[in-house]
Design a protein around this ligand. Structure first.
Ligand code: AGP
Length: 615
């Protein structure tokens, strides 16, 4: 979380830095700030504000003249970890004499100890943050060489971080370093950017260096040098980013989330791409395992967080049913601290759209150390996950800006379906005819969702949601593949509308959650056609008998559900195991409409950030 950026070059950098931060704002938007090195006055021009980037621009308004000159600067957009959301805690942080400025993403775990030691030496802290130890420590070790000072500090700090440091006495220089947090370098013509992620500078340059952990990136007016911790140069040639520019545009939609919901057909199409033959043959280049080895996989372990975890849960049904391989799915933050029993012969899939989630990366690392074959299922080609894994399975959903994941979720399930089909064919768990049929169904899905999104169905979802905008609690129930859909639907609602939700397997309802229900309580029941449909209908009867109002998510054309539910949200018809891809769409829209009805900012929900790079 948090976005950092730095620039050294020939152009005035105020606009480059603030625009770069706007492209990083999905990483955090509690506060923002920048420090531009004003060489003439031998000091930093520091502007910070609580709130979003538009607030930072407003805060800069009065200083236009002062900010027009500098050509070296650093900036930050914050997701608060240590210290409340206040101006004092906004980055950049400066040393007491104002000579050193630092922006950081991550956590310095031993900051309390370092802070006490510095305080004993007379240092006065201006913020509650862990980051602030960095400018003070760098200042303490500075003897005319910023690189040497940063190296000295690296020997003292523990944690996971990426930071950029600047010193007033070295006006055309920045020193940056990463340790388990992302940092990329953009090499332009006589100018260089460092940032947390590519979108920060893709509009300016596509030549990129990806430094490794604990490498020092020294940016000067005449270019970049990468050093190892002992100060020895490391050769790192830039490579050209071949992807699209992926600028954050809403393309006529009110919000990124709505745009991204509507981009799901394209995301699904692109994720299928040329991987799926009409005969059901699946080619997954990059997965890092030859087919015969893949066919012998004994167990699959899926590790992920949040929405990606829910995609993993949906994928389990596909892999177990189509390929007959046992699958475990676990929240990465728990998996990483359990006794890991994965080993050679096991396939571990880390699902992370950003490729940066700290817990997922750690869980993948643990499994890799045990000798399992680790695959990153991600939407980001050059992310940490792709670098840490033995193989990669890419979703091709395009940049997702909305904090609430939508199109990456359905693309993740599609990628897992492709893998399941491949495994199933290789292990002869699916017949040739069966594979052909499934291939057809998978290819039909994007069009079916497109037709759904263009039909009156989304407007009908809005009408239903309008009845429930004021409700203060929702229970989500489902069975079988409906369970992950409930989890995901409930997460969508709570994260963008701040309404408490509970999501449960419907069979478990009588073991506790039914006590939550009251006259009029809204219960969302995921009830697609399939072998548990009748069971779900029984559960609907049970909650209605307690006065609950049922909003059912059902398969288009089902003639029975309307008589059991108060409202029906229709989803395109699909084979039962693929229902998580279709039934989540009306629930994304339902959550969206409730949040809009409440007048909330769905793209930037409170307290959240798009990527969670701290554990
Ligand atoms: C999704 O709506 C959430 N914002 C969140 O749960 C997210 O899915 C989670 O943080 C995992 O992110 P990742 O896929 O980038 O690892």
């Amino acid at each position: 979380m948090c976005g950092i950026i730095g620039y050294v070059g020939g152009r005035p950098c105020y606009e480059l830095i603030v625009r770069g931060l706007e492209h990083l704002e999905y990483r955090g938007y509690d506060s923002a700030g920048f420090a531009l090195l004003d060489a003439e006055r031998d000091r930093f021009s520091l502007v910070r504000s609580v709130g979003k980037l538009e607030d930072l621009r407003r805060a800069s308004n009065g200083s236009a003249e002062r900010l027009a000159g500098p050509t070296t600067g650093i900036g930050h957009t914050r997701w608060a970890t240590h210290g409340r959301v206040t101006l004092e805690n906004a980055h950049p942080h400066l040393s007491g004499d104002g000579e050193v400025a630092v922006v950081m993403n991550g956590i310095i775990e031993n900051y309390v100890d370092l802070r006490h030691r510095l305080q004993d030496e007379g240092v006065v802290f201006a913020s509650e943050t862990d980051t602030e130890v960095l400018p003070h420590l760098i200042r303490k070790h500075y003897a005319g060489d910023l690189v040497a000072a940063v190296r000295a500090v690296l020997a003292q700090i523990e944690g996971h971080y990426a930071f950029v440091a600047s010193h007033v006495s070295e006006p055309n220089r920045l020193v940056a370093v990463r340790h388990e947090c992302p940092l990329v370098v953009g090499v332009g013509t006589e100018e260089t950017f460092v940032a947390s992620a590519l979108p920060a500078f893709l509009g300016e340059t596509r030549d990129v260096i990806y430094p490794d952990n604990d490498e020092l990136v020294v940016v000067d007016a005449d270019g970049v040098t990468v050093l190892d911790l002992s100060g020895e140069p490391v050769v790192r040639e830039p490579s050209t980013w071949e992807g699209s520019e992926e600028t954050a545009e809403k393309g006529g939609y009110d919000t990124f989330m709505l745009k991204e919901i509507h981009e799901q057909p394209a995301a699904l199409w692109d994720t299928i791409g040329s991987r799926l033959g009409a005969d059901g043959t699946v080619t997954l280049d990059g997965i890092g395992l030859e087919d015969p080895t893949l066919a012998r996989v004994e167990r699959v372990h899926i590790v992920a967080c949040g929405t990606s975890f829910h995609a993993g849960l949906a994928g389990r049904y596909l892999i177990e049913d189509w390929a007959r391989i046992p699958v475990s799915v676990e929240v990465a933050s728990e998996y990483r601290y359990r006794t890991c029993l994965a080993g050679p012969g096991d396939l571990v899939i880390g699902i992370t759209q950003s490729g940066e989630t700290a817990d997922t990366l750690a869980a993948m690392r643990v499994a890799r150390e045990r000798g399992a074959h680790v695959v990153a299922l991600t939407n980001q080609t050059e992310s940490q996950a792709t670098r840490d894994a033995d193989g990669v399975l890419l979703t091709r959903a395009g940049l997702e800006i909305g904090v609430a994941a939508t199109k990456t979720h359905t693309a993740q399930i599609m990628a897992l379906a492709l893998l399941a089909l491949k495994l199933g064919r290789m292990r002869w768990a699916i017949t040739e005819a069966g594979a052909r049929e499934l291939a057809e169904e998978l290819r039909r899905l994007p069009d079916a969702i497109e037709a759904y999104l263009e039909s009156p169905a989304p407007a009908a979802v809005a009408d239903v949601a309008a009845h429930f905008v004021e409700r203060d609690f929702f229970l989500y129930l489902g069975r079988h593949v409906g369970v992950p859909v409930c989890y995901e639907g409930a997460l969508k609602l709570k994260e963008i509308s701040y309404v408490p939700t509970e999501a449960y397997p419907a069979g478990e309802m009588k073991h506790g959650p039914i006590a939550l229900l009251d006259e009029g309580s809204p219960v969302v029941v995921v009830a697609p056609d399939g072998h548990v449909f009748d069971k779900v209908v029984s559960n609907i009867q049970e909650v209605r008998a307690r006065g609950a109002r049922v909003i059912a998510v059902a398969t288009e054309g089902n003639g029975e559900i309307a008589s059991h539910a108060d409202h029906v949200l229709w989803a395109p018809r699909t084979p039962a195991l693929l229902a998580p891809i279709t039934t989540i769409v009306p629930l994304q829209l339902f959550a969206y409409e409730i949040a809009k009805g409440k007048g909330l900012n769905v793209d930037k929900p409170r307290n959240l950030a798009k990527t969670v790079t701290v554990e």
